[in-house]
Design a protein around this ligand. Structure first.
Ligand SMILES: *[C@@H]1O[C@H](CO)[C@@H](O)[C@H](O)[C@H]1NC(C)=O
Length: 386
């Protein structure tokens, strides 16, 4: 009798304890976070950052303000302007417009554009590659497109986790949308030593072929960039493509990354498109940088890191819509209904592009759907801890 009673009390007590712990259960996670919008404690499996774009929260999303062209001499001027980035009915739009809409056409060849501002939110965010001021001339025109690039550099960065971004890619010739991540602290040095994680990139051309493959709206790619210096970047061994003959501009798709201390997995709508699990020698061995005949006695910048280095540090999210550029993302010699109007070796690429606007501007459908066929549209961003 006595035994029975103490047993039942014990079971009741255990039940109370179990209820209490399950209500507040927080199993620790390997995921780490930082930033103004990072949670104080990271529980395994918990959502640690999200935005449904019910409003445009500029505390989460810092705008880039620069003419620098992303290091690829891209043709856009990234600015903080609600014509180029805005939220409506739960969707974020990043939409390209013409610089001449604001400053006039003559400005491109004769104006001076200084994007450095006095207010904290108006500072030029990237001075590299003449990013804060450019002077237009007949040869060297001012960036002819205005667009936007948003980032969580101050609000949120994380190491390891799962990312899902539901987005619709833009359609229009020479548009280059990207949803990607950059290292928050460059623990292994400057690009590409600290890595770059490209969740999705595509091209807006509806009917562009390269070597017989559709490389426009029907293709989406994921890529890792990593290497001791720009001339030695192992991205070709960590680059994956997926084709969809519907076109990624027709519907929203879920672009996903699973990033653990063992691997990175890229997926679209839960279908894996790329997977990489580096060997114990890490990305240095994976890309065989030690055996490169052109570069001897290289120092491995990741020797003090884990095998995932440089992908064992915190990264922040970036979403942008670029245009053109001369780095070969738009290869010379592609077949497009209207030929590519610039050579990647041309010193006048922005001018050559601008002079062909009669061809590409039609494809941006600026007169229908509020010009939003040419916009990168994002329904939500969600990030979970492992
Ligand atoms: C925003 O962009 C529009 C369209 O290019 C332009 O007319 C307007 O002046 C810009 N606003 C600011 C504050 O720069």
């Amino acid at each position: 009798m006595r035994c029975y009673r103490s047993d039942s009390i014990m079971w009741i007590l255990l039940g109370v304890v179990a209820l209490a712990t399950s209500a507040t259960a927080c199993w620790s996670s390997v995921t780490t976070v930082s930033g103004t919008h990072a949670p104080e404690t990271v529980c395994s499996g918990a959502m640690i950052f999200s935005d449904d774009f019910e409003e445009f929260d500029l505390e989460k999303w810092q705008h880039e303000n620069t003419l620098s062209g992303g290091g690829n001499w891209e043709f856009q001027y990234y600015n903080n302007n609600r014509t180029n980035s805005y939220v409506r009915n739960g969707v974020l739009y990043i939409k390209p417009t013409l610089t001449s809409d604001q400053f006039g056409e003559g400005f491109l060849t004769s104006g001076v554009l200084n994007v450095e501002g006095g207010a904290p939110a108006d500072r030029c965010t990237n001075p590299q590659w003449y990013g804060c001021e450019r002077t237009g001339s007949a040869q060297n025109i001012i960036n002819p497109i205005k667009s936007a690039r948003l980032r969580t550099v101050n609000s949120f960065s994380f190491r390891y986790g799962r990312v899902e971004v539901r987005a619709k890619m833009p359609a229009g010739d020479w548009l280059w949308p990207a949803i990607w991540m950059m290292p928050a602290f460059n623990a292994y040095g400057t690009w590409p030593a600290s890595g770059e994680i490209d969740i999705v990139e595509s091209r807006g051309n509806r009917n562009m072929l390269s070597n017989g493959n559709h490389i426009g709206t029907q293709e989406a790619g994921s890529t890792l960039h990593y290497g001791p210096f720009p001339a030695l970047n192992g991205w070709e061994r960590a680059h994956w493509l997926r084709r969809n003959n519907q076109g990624y501009d027709r519907n929203f798709h879920r672009y996903q990354l699973e990033w653990t201390p063992e691997h990175l997995r890229f997926s679209i709508d839960d279908q894996e498109i790329g997977f990489i699990a580096p060997p114990n020698g890490g990305f240095w061995d994976f890309a065989n940088f030690g055996g490169n005949p052109n570069f001897r006695n290289l120092d491995n910048p990741w020797k003090a890191g884990s095998k995932m280095a440089p992908f064992d540090q915190k990264f922040y999210l970036i979403m942008n819509l670029a245009v053109g550029g001369t780095n070969g993302f738009f290869p010379d010699g592609v077949q497009n209904p209207d030929p590519k109007p610039w050579w990647n070796g041309s010193p006048t690429a922005p001018r050559d592009f601008w002079n062909a606007r009669g061809a590409w501007l039609r494809t941006w459908n600026t007169n229908v759907n509020n010009g939003e066929d040419a916009a990168l549209q994002v329904d939500y961003v969600r990030i979970w801890a492992l």
